[in-house]
Design a protein around this ligand. Structure first.
Ligand SMILES: [Zn+2]
Length: 161
């Protein structure tokens, strides 16, 4: 058992991180328990100092970070693990909020006007995934309503381009 200097609780040794061994070969342990370390880390991550640091770091290493992320994506995109992690993430509130924020931003408007996006859409519309989605979507109330409204206004059916 060891007493944490931060929370003052006695905890078993596996609640403390190992530190470098002493010269005589005995193992030393951190004086603060793992729980407190996590709390400290989270608090530190909220500070302006930390945010400034990560921002500077990201800016300085932008190319490397992007390259690593891209390499990782190419290497892992077809693995089950990656797909699962992605779909799990997409179900989270955080992911939905990020997506919503992105769709409402000016950058998104710029993005959908790029040739890259248009090409991507063109390819995407040829996929079975899209056709399936379209079939399901056409049966939703929202879509039926939109079709009716479009017809009343333009006197011709709404077709998907
Ligand atoms: Zn503690």
């Amino acid at each position: 058992m060891k007493k944490c200097k931060q929370c003052d609780q006695e905890k078993s040794i596996d609640n403390f991180y190992k530190t470098i061994k002493k010269q005589d070969g005995t193992q030393s342990y951190d004086s603060t328990c793992k729980d407190c370390r996590i709390i400290n880390k989270k608090q530190y991550q909220k500070t302006d100092q930390y945010k400034k640091y990560t921002k500077t770091y990201r800016n300085k290493n932008k190319e490397n970070i992007n390259k690593n992320a891209k390499d990782y994506y190419i290497k892992n995109k077809d693995t089950e693990e990656y797909k699962k992690r992605k779909s799990d993430y997409q179900k989270t509130e955080k992911s939905k909020a990020t997506k919503k924020k992105w769709r409402e931003s000016d950058k998104y408007i710029d993005y959908i006007n790029t040739q890259k996006y248009k090409d991507y859409q063109k390819e995407y519309r040829k996929t079975d995934k899209y056709k399936d989605y379209q079939k399901k979507y056409n049966k939703t109330e929202k879509r039926i309503k939109a079709q009716k409204e479009y017809y009343q206004e333009h006197k011709k059916p709404l077709t998907i381009k």
